[in-house]
Design a protein around this ligand. Structure first.
Ligand code: B12
Ligand code: SF4
Length: 419
């Protein structure tokens, strides 16, 4: 690839921001889990830069309608690298003379990787490592997002960057080596719903005054509600149970904690759940993150699942992929092998899928307060009356009436045999 034309200092610039065509269902594009928030911050920064006269965001691979001087492509999960490279190829061929810059999670985690560097050279891409400091300070420019398929009814906040802990399966402390905390966010508020993308919110150095500020925040004369996409650090909740009450007062919904390690830790997890319950969070609104397809084998994970059933809390199952895994063609409906997606040496494809199914069915039971799950009944749509009748029947009777009834309270190995 020949060298691209260099921009001359003081020349005005038009910039295209690109979110690759990640496998996000179109209807979820504006969902709180899938917003190219890094690009929105960069967009805000560029719009305030005098030399930049035009900034446009494209989601996917499509021509811009003008020839951009620079194209800034973001990246996300390492196992979505192929979508990133497809965008690079598309934009390099559409605009052979534009400068292409790349950043985001995959570009940062593979920044020093030989293949990554060679590909950057081949397509004449300038990679960037980690946070883009000047942009990170800017509130995201939400106006860059078209209001389709539905308008945004939330805003994303980072109150901290980095994490003081160094868990071995986590890359946050590599991506964000510097730990920073904000004391206040009141000047950033532009919505009644705040979604926090902090890695570990409770480690905010000013957490007490921070939560106090949020509990008093209003937007358009209405209170704000909050959610943290990452879990609350259970060790901090154990040491400072009053923080659970402060979170509730700050109107944090659906609190999540993590149980990434062994079954033997259940007493601590139980205590953390009780701390949240004591702060008036109903058990079914509490979520426990669990990493699976990892060092802890299937049967131990099942024992962890049974504990969550006993506590009547929901599970957020997180399938592990190592950083070196550059693709993920996981399909819950078919039999697959390690060529399709990463399968941990202690796990099998059938176990990965069985565990996921068990968690999904169990979560439905927890949410609806039902003692068993049935796909047949779910498809038919059960009347309230029948569901109340079935709820009170002994197990054998339920199985006579509902042959596919699945009870969460037993270890359930693949394929479907339970013992
Ligand atoms: C919030 C979050 C989520 C949210 C939202 C994700 C999202 N859309 O960003 C949700 C809940 C959906 C999520 C889910 C998962 N997540 Co997550 N998540 C995060 C978290 C905590 C923050 C991401 C964030 O703040 N983005 C916000 C923006 C501002 O940051 P940014 O995109 O990096 O952009 C900045 C820079 O990168 C740079 N930049 C970005 N683009 C560009 C482009 C150019 C040209 C330049 C110059 C600069 C630049 O500038 C920006 C401003 O500073 C990160 C940890 C982290 N600290 O990154 C983990 C993280 C990304 N998640 C991770 C994982 C593993 C997951 C899950 C797979 C967990 C699981 N097993 O279920 C799932 C995946 C679900 C799926 N659909 O596949 C891993 C990814 C590891 C990997 N291999 O890629 C991370 C790194 C955490 C970890 N455990 O190490 N996650
Ligand atoms: S506490 Fe959470 S965010 Fe921090 S290193 Fe561990 S897993 Fe990552």
């Amino acid at each position: 690839m020949k060298m691209v034309k260099k921009n001359i200092k003081n020349e005005s610039l038009s910039i295209l921001l690109v979110e690759p065509d990640f496998p996000i269902p179109p209807k979820s594009k504006n969902h709180k889990n899938f917003l190219p928030i890094g690009l929105l911050k960069i967009g805000a920064y560029l719009k305030n830069t005098r030399r930049v006269t035009k900034v446009k965001l494209v989601r996917g691979n499509a021509r811009a309608g003008f020839v951009p001087d620079e194209i800034w492509i973001t990246s996300l999960f390492t196992y979505w690298s192929e979508y990133f490279w497809n965008s690079v190829k598309f934009y390099r061929s559409a605009y052979p003379n534009s400068v292409i810059r790349a950043g985001g999670i995959y570009a940062s985690l593979h920044f020093n990787n030989k293949d990554f560097k060679e590909n950057c050279k081949q397509y004449s891409v300038k990679p960037h490592f980690g946070i883009y400091d000047a942009a990170d300070k800017c509130p995201p420019e939400y106006s860059l997002i078209p209001p389709n398929p539905h308008p945004l009814n939330y805003q994303i906040i980072h109150s901290t960057r980095g994490c003081p802990r160094h868990c071995k399966f986590c890359y946050t402390w590599k991506l964000e080596p510097k730990f920073t905390s904000k004391r206040t966010i009141k000047d950033e508020i532009c919505s009644n719903k705040l979604v926090f993308y902090d890695n570990n919110l409770l480690t905010n150095k000013h957490i007490d005054e921070f939560l106090k500020e949020i509990s008093g925040l209003k937007y358009n004369s209405k209170v704000v509600r909050c959610e943290s996409q990452s879990g609350f650090d259970g060790r901090i909740l154990e040491e400072r149970p009053e923080l659970a009450i402060a979170l509730k007062k700050a109107r944090f919904d659906n609190p999540r904690i993590a149980w990434d390690w062994n079954y033997s830790q259940w007493k601590r997890i139980e205590k953390q759940i009780h701390t949240l319950e004591n702060a008036r969070y109903p058990a079914k609104d509490i979520y426990v993150f669990m990493i699976f397809n990892w060092d802890i084998p299937f049967l131990e994970m099942e024992r962890k699942r049974l504990k969550c059933w006993k506590w009547k809390v929901q599970i957020t199952d997180c399938r592990y992929r190592p950083m070196t895994q550059l693709y993920d063609h996981f399909n819950s409906r078919s039999r697959q092998n390690s060529e399709d997606y990463f399968i941990h040496p202690k796990w099998s494809d059938a176990e990965v899928k069985q565990f996921r199914r068990n968690v999904r069915k169990q979560n439905i039971c927890v949410r609806h307060g039902f003692p068993f799950h049935s796909g047949l009944l779910e498809r038919k749509g059960v009347t309230k009356k029948l569901s109340m009748e079935l709820r009170d029947l002994p197990r054998e009777k339920v199985l006579q009436k509902v042959p596919d009834a699945w009870f969460p309270d037993k270890i359930c190995k693949p394929p479907t045999k339970c013992f």
